[in-house]
Design a protein around this ligand. Structure first.
Ligand code: ATP
Ligand code: MG
Length: 230
């Protein structure tokens, strides 16, 4: 399980997260919700070791991961699908996928089951990443993360700015990764309907703090109105 205890995170001297306590059990699906600028991406970056400074405790399966560098956290089983996808535009689809395999504990290559989740990638293996549509790039980013053989996958707004027909496919794949493959999911979303359908638990952020959390059934319309309406 992934656990954050009293986590604060800083950009320089500016504190972007304060006193975060969160836990996601093995095989669970946690959605992290909140308006723009509340600290959702900062939370992902803190888990990955990409912040200037993080205090408090971060553990994976009981082991403290705070001292680990980002690549070591990846090897320990934490994969990341960043907001904006982070595809290398001048690398082919195959090369982008190969980068994902480097983070795997045991060298597995580009596994067939991952390509089968996203048949379009199989057809476009030799195309440049930059020539894919936004939705296809998002699929590539998810596939790349899966090739690292993660225990936990962190997804930062994977449906943001994507055509509705592909959104549905992406939601379906993320849900199945959790339900059928048992991969633990931490999903950052502003898409509440998807979070409700897919998650076991939720956390709502406001100004760098967790203001509500619990079983997904406890995410009431009042809470959404209070913490997500713009
Ligand atoms: N590189 C940075 N340097 C300084 N402050 C930053 C930096 N990145 C983000 N912040 C600040 O940290 C706070 C949290 O930002 P963060 O990107 O985590 O929000 P978010 O919830 O992911 O927002 P969004 O929904 O727009 O993606 C904001 O106040 C933001 O201005
Ligand atoms: Mg963000």
């Amino acid at each position: 399980m992934l656990e954050l205890t009293d986590v604060d995170a800083f950009y320089g001297n500016s504190r972007a997260l304060q006193g975060i306590n969160l836990m996601v059990g093995n095989g669970e699906f946690l959605s992290v919700l909140g308006r723009n600028g509340v600290g959702k991406t900062t939370l992902m970056r803190s888990i990955l070791g990409l912040m200037d400074r993080v205090t408090g405790r971060l553990s994976l399966d009981g082991a403290d991961i705070s001292p680990l560098r980002t690549y070591q956290r990846a090897k320990a089983g934490i994969a990341y699908v960043p907001q904006g996808r982070g595809i290398l535009p001048k690398f082919t689809v195959r090369e982008n996928l190969t980068l994902g395999t480097f983070a795997a504990k045991s060298a597995g290559g580009i596994e067939e089951w991952v390509l089968e989740l996203f048949p379009v990638l199989k057809d476009f293996l030799n195309r440049y990443g930059g020539n894919l549509s936004g939705g296809q790039q998002q699929q590539l980013a998810i596939a790349r993360a899966l090739l690292a053989q993660p225990k936990v996958i962190l997804l930062d707004e994977p449906t943001e700015g994507i055509q509705p027909n592909i959104v549905e496919q992406i939601e379906d794949v993320i849900t199945r990764l959790n339900r059928e493959r048992g991969i633990t999911v931490v999903l950052v979303e502003q898409n509440v309907a998807f979070a409700r359908r897919a998650s076991h638990r939720f956390a709502l952020l406001e100004k760098g703090r967790v203001v509500a959390k619990g079983a997904i059934g406890e995410l009431t319309d009042d809470l959404i109105q209070l913490h997500m309406a713009v």
